[in-house]
Design a protein around this ligand. Structure first.
Ligand code: CAA
Length: 304
């Protein structure tokens, strides 16, 4: 193996990271549930927490059918999947689920108020050693850290959609995050078989979403100006740039609601009117066309 090949293999080794044994993910939406599955597949005892059994049942069904599909396509072994499913506990009782865990990843609604309340509660419910991370890409952890008594153990750990597939995880400390907490988080990311991108300082959107935002803005402007249709702009990104998806297809995958709320959060943080959601995105949001999850966004999807 070449040294580059070896480095790559080491970076992507899988299995529990030193001081982290038990993980809890708060929020069983598409992101939270897939992040929890990634943790369970990597060998961690994992809890996935949300407010209702209905939400948790929906998450379990979606994960089970993803896993069954992976097994039937020969991508995963049935034993590995079954063991991971056993390691994954779903619960509406957050206080009990997090009471022994070493690392919490919050993936709840993209609202500062909601997240601050969750962090305040988690601070009471978890042991002092527990690292509290948010999966948010726009609400930076310095906005949450002071709702806890352990600001040095708070940071952003940002996964990409679909989390089961995408390799990148951005690790973003705020000024007061302890260096050891960043190191443990990077080690955790490696142990999940992911590739960690460590930011030197906070900035809303971080690195990947800021690059993506520039592409998305340009695509929306080209569309507005009547230069090309949605399908053709997407086709250009796929076939000329080899992006796996065009910018409009990607908005539908991530969710028009998520795209819209991320822009609003950025506007609220910066006061920059340029950060406001694009009018066409706002129109889809207001019509409840959130993309794949509602069957309609830039494109229309049938149930199958
Ligand atoms: N969840 C889990 N796994 C999925 C998936 C999903 N939603 N969609 C696809 N996959 C997996 C499946 O294993 C699938 O194979 P099967 O259909 O046989 O089960 C495999 O990926 C290949 O999928 P497809 O053949 O349907 O299509 P593809 O080869 O184009 O891959 C993709 C799908 C991985 C989503 C790929 O198109 C891709 O990488 N797209 C870009 C995704 C991206 O840019 N994500 C970042 C978004 S930004 C973000 O997330 C940040 C934020 O803060 C909002």
């Amino acid at each position: 193996m070449t040294s580059t090949g070896r480095k790559h293999a080491e970076e992507h080794r899988s299995g529990p990271a030193g001081e982290v044994r038990e993980i809890a993910v708060v929020g069983a939406g598409v992101m939270g549930s897939q992040i929890a599955m990634v943790c369970a597949l990597a060998g961690y005892s994992t809890s996935l927490v949300d407010l209702s059994d209905e939400l948790l049942d929906g998450a379990r069904d979606a994960l089970q059918s993803r896993m069954d599909r992976d097994v039937s396509r020969g991508r995963r072994a049935r034993d590995d999947v079954d063991r991971a499913m056993e390691r994954l506990r779903l619960s509406t009782d957050r206080a009990t689920a997090v009471s022994e865990c070493d690392f919490v990843i919050e993936a709840a609604a993209e609202s500062l108020e909601v997240k601050r309340r969750i962090f305040e509660d988690l601070d009471r419910e978890t042991p002092r050693r527990t690292i509290l991370a948010t999966n948010s890409s726009n609400i930076v952890s310095s906005q949450l850290a002071d709702s806890t008594t352990r600001p040095d153990r708070v940071l952003n750990l940002h996964f990409f959609n679909p989390a089961l597939v995408m390799e990148c995880v951005e690790v973003v400390p705020h000024d007061g995050t302890a260096e050891t907490v960043v190191d443990t988080s990077m080690e955790l990311v490696r142990s999940l078989g992911k590739s960690g991108v460590r930011l030197r300082r906070e900035i809303p959107g971080f690195v990947a979403n800021r690059i993506l935002g520039a592409i998305r803005r340009e695509a929306l402007e080209l569309h507005d100006a009547g230069v090309a249709d949605v399908e053709d702009i997407d086709r250009a990104a796929r076939t000329a740039l080899r992006h796996p998806m065009g910018p409009f297809e990607l908005m539908d995958l991530v969710g028009i609601d998520v795209v819209h709320l991320i822009r609003l959060a950025e506007f609220e943080q910066t006061g920059d009117e340029g950060a406001l959601p694009h009018p066409a995105v706002r129109r889809l949001y207001e019509a409840g066309h959130f993309g794949r999850k509602t069957g309609r966004g830039w494109y229309t999807y049938d149930d199958s």
